[in-house]
Design a protein around this ligand. Structure first.
Ligand code: SF4
Ligand code: SF4
Length: 417
């Protein structure tokens, strides 16, 4: 196995292939705090990509209710168990070594690749879900965990912050278009590749022979086998939209379907520049700002080692230990930034789902102070700043104020506008 650098882990790790990077990387941020589990994203994806025979069970985008839900069932608990079996008690982070380059410190445990290398058999550890585990994609929807740790238990006064005693949250999931994909490392036919122009991970349908190694070794279970064609398929990152070939934007890069349709405005997707194998400093790119400057959005199970490229603003009410296992050691910091946002963060959060075009750069024009209050016992000031988003050509495509306009519908238009 080769040695590659994984910035999520803050160290080098073993991987099947030598380090290679695209010029730009497909990245998204999902704000779990705002999701209402309406599944509009799920259906937008389904009606675009997986509406045909043999794809009935495929949900390239799904929204599951944590802690019990998962598609396929218990995918993450199973992976965590597999890793714990190989490296019992050794899956921990050294947070004393946090720097800007390794913001989560150093992961001291084993990734899915390292755990497999120890046995010398596979490229990554994993498992093939059973047919049954792929059914009921939204099992345990809205099922909370109560004080004694059982489903559907309620605790009196269980919804007090900072951590609810009775809790659940929604986790939105698509393929992470990983920097070091488990699916790609697993494929004996070398049918999976990462596009140099945007880092989107695709399966070559001509080369694939349906061995299902990618289904087994994607830790997020986002590669799926299609029995009618006998090859595997996965989320394609809506690449025609990202390329700008959708007629709607006349050649300009556009957000994916799941992002563009999000009712809760929880999603933002774009491209970050890669330089010498790392994210190039790009302070005014909203994704760079959220992930690398504010560090308010975190990778999903970074310890798996694939360097996933979908980042999450963690739910502020859920137990921290649970969240730290899921999003790594950056959780306390991210929740602190989100609950006590800077002026700039408050403005950038307005850009979520503000336009279908990809925002490459933002600027902020300062406005007047509109509120002085207390949040969590601390003084908080709010300013009506204006945030402006620019597309790949540098043209302004969106302009929004922090204070949203308030409309009162006149009596004669109670049911229409
Ligand atoms: S469309 Fe947005 S709000 Fe609705 S389930 Fe999907 S991510 Fe959540
Ligand atoms: S999430 Fe899974 S399918 Fe997607 S790139 Fe990563 S390993 Fe491959």
């Amino acid at each position: 196995m080769a040695k590659v650098h994984n910035w999520h882990l803050g160290r080098e790790m073993q991987y099947r292939f030598d380090e290679a990077h695209p010029q730009r990387q497909f990245v998204a941020v999902f704000n779990t705090n705002r999701c209402i589990a309406c599944q509009t994203c799920t259906l937008a994806c389904k009606s675009t990509w997986t509406f045909s025979r043999g794809q009935e069970y495929m949900w390239w985008n799904n929204v599951e209710t944590k802690p019990y839900g998962g598609y396929p069932h218990h995918w993450d608990v199973k992976l965590l168990h597999l890793l714990d079996q190989v490296n019992h008690g050794g899956q921990y982070w050294d947070v004393s070594q946090q720097t800007d380059e390794q913001p989560y410190g150093v992961f001291k445990g084993m990734t899915i690749f390292e755990a497999a290398a120890r046995d010398g058999k596979e490229n990554a550890i994993g498992y093939l879900p059973t047919e049954e585990e792929w059914n009921s994609p939204n099992l345990y929807e809205d099922t909370p965990r109560g004080p004694a740790g059982k489903p559907n238990e309620y605790h009196p006064g269980g919804a007090e912050l900072p951590v609810h005693k009775t809790w659940f949250f929604y986790l939105q999931r698509i393929c992470n278009h990983c920097t070091y994909p488990g699916c790609l490392a697993a494929c004996p036919r070398n049918a999976i590749y990462k596009r140099p122009e945007d880092g989107i991970v695709l399966i070559d349908q001509e080369r694939c022979r349906g061995y299902r190694k990618c289904v087994e070794q994607c830790p997020y279970k986002k590669s799926m086998y299609r029995p009618t064609t006998q090859v595997s398929e996965k989320c394609v990152g809506c690449y025609p939209r990202v390329e700008g070939t959708d007629p709607l934007t006349e050649g300009l890069p556009m957000e994916t379907r799941c992002v563009a349709t999000c009712v809760g405005k929880i999603r933002m997707q774009g491209l970050v520049e890669i330089e010498n194998g790392a994210w190039a400093e790009d302070r005014q790119n909203p994704l760079y700002y959220l992930v690398r400057v504010e560090k308010v959005a975190l990778p999903l199970y970074p310890q798996f080692g694939t360097e996933p490229n979908i980042y999450y603003i963690p739910p502020r009410w859920a137990p921290r230990q649970y969240l730290q296992q899921m999003f790594g050691p950056g959780v306390e910091h991210a929740i602190e930034r989100y609950t006590n946002p800077s002026r700039e963060l408050l403005a950038v959060l307005q850009l979520f789902r503000a336009t279908q075009q990809i925002i490459f750069r933002y600027e902020i024009e300062e406005g007047e102070k509109i509120l002085e209050t207390e949040v969590n016992g601390r003084p908080f000031e709010m300013y009506n700043d204006t945030v402006i988003g620019f597309n790949s050509q540098g043209d302004e495509i969106v302009r929004l104020s922090v204070a949203e306009p308030f409309h009162v519908r006149p009596d004669q238009y109670q049911n229409s506008i």
